[in-house]
Design a protein around this ligand. Structure first.
Ligand code: AQP
Length: 329
């Protein structure tokens, strides 16, 4: 089986964007790939997190992975901070990356352009991401369009390490879904739906009250026309809704366009609100079942143990190659 690895930061409540762009595809891959899925809680620290919220968001994220269908028997689920080797490998790999390479990362550049105060963690987080990935030798890393650049840097660093110290890391490939990799904010469809956004009106959270989520769909910004047609440039709002509709109903966009030909946005939005409501209801039911008792703690412990075995082996290999250790572990 080919191996796949990915993670999500617990930086807010999980959104429909996270579900469509990441969690749902993870579920679909689990029968075909050996999966390693983690909660990227070390990465969440690059921006201040209120401790109580961070704990809750972490617990919810792991619960939602499972509630959405990830099976801990098929997929190794763990907290990044439970596997200490990530931080250590991150340091070694951080020493191999240049300031220029890190300065070219879009997330960092955007913050510079906005004149925001930038923590060292934001600048250096691609090094930790390189460690997260290279530790497990995955064949594929499913990421959103905006993370492709990070996987490219990761490939460069892996090649640099391999050529300096001999073959150690597999060179991973980014895997970007053709649809759904960029679900937009419902109130501002030119901006990505993000869990750390301050306003929640344009953002559907997986644990939203069902009626609230339906209202958000019905009040989504569209355009003055009433033609249900996919055209992300000229009709970003309706195109975003069509993409959500298509993925959640497993139907082609063309088929949906045909169904609503001449019917206007009202009926389309009402039907979509139902589809979204049903999807969330299913996940929330399972979420309630698994968040009682010690089930999640047990899953995380088991996942961390499995991940640590691989991580320790890889870190030992790296440390032998770079000459930092003198004993054979
Ligand atoms: N709007 C989106 N549409 C499709 N996919 C999305 N993802 C995030 N937003 C959308 C995917 O979900 C995973 C989340 O990874 P992350 O938490 O490490 O990073 P992110 O992309 O920065 O997610 P957010 O929700 O926007 O978080 P904040 O607000 O903290 O920055 C990734 O696979 C991503 O592609």
């Amino acid at each position: 089986m080919k191996r796949m690895l990915s993670g999500i930061k617990p930086t807010g409540r999980v959104t429909l964007g996270n579900y469509i762009g990441a969690i749902k595809p993870f579920v679909s891959y689990q029968d075909e790939y050996e999966m390693f899925i983690f909660v990227a809680n070390l990465h969440s620290m690059t921006v201040y997190q209120e401790p109580k919220e961070l704990r809750q968001n972490t617990k919810d994220l792991i619960a939602l992975y499972i509630a959405a269908g990830l099976d801990p028997k098929k997929c190794t689920l763990f907290l990044q901070s439970d596997v200490l080797e990530h931080a250590q490998l991150g340091w070694y790999l951080g020493c191999m990356v240049n300031m220029g390479e890190l300065s070219r990362m879009t997330q960092y550049k955007d913050k510079v352009a906005k004149g925001e105060s930038i923590g060292a963690g934001i600048f250096n987080y691609p090094s930790l991401m390189n460690a997260d990935i290279l530790m497990y030798d995955p064949d594929y890393v499913p990421v959103g369009e905006d993370q492709k650049q990070h996987v490219e840097l990761c490939r460069d660093i892996a090649e640099r390490f391999n050529s300096r110290y001999s073959d150690t890391f597999k060179i991973p490939e980014p895997l970007i879904a053709k649809v759904g990799s960029r679900i937009m904010d419902l109130q501002n469809p030119t901006k990505k739906m993000s869990k750390s956004d301050e306003t929640s009106k344009g953002c559907i959270y997986i644990l939203d009250d069902i009626n609230v989520s339906k209202k958000k769909i019905k009040s989504a910004v569209t355009d003055s026309d009433s033609h249900v047609h996919f055209d992300p440039i000229h009709k970003p709002g309706i195109s975003n809704l069509l993409e959500i509709y298509s993925i959640l109903s497993n139907r082609s966009i063309e088929d949906i366009e045909n169904q609503y030909e001449g019917k206007g946005y009202g009926e389309f939005k009402t039907d979509l609100a139902e589809i979204v409501g049903q999807e969330l209801e299913k996940i929330q039911k399972r979420y309630k079942e698994i968040t009682t008792g010690s089930y999640l703690d047990d899953i995380l412990e088991e996942g961390a143990q499995k991940a640590r075995i691989i991580a320790r082996k890889k870190l030992s290999k790296v440390e032998r190659k770079i000459g930092i250790t003198i004993k054979k572990r």
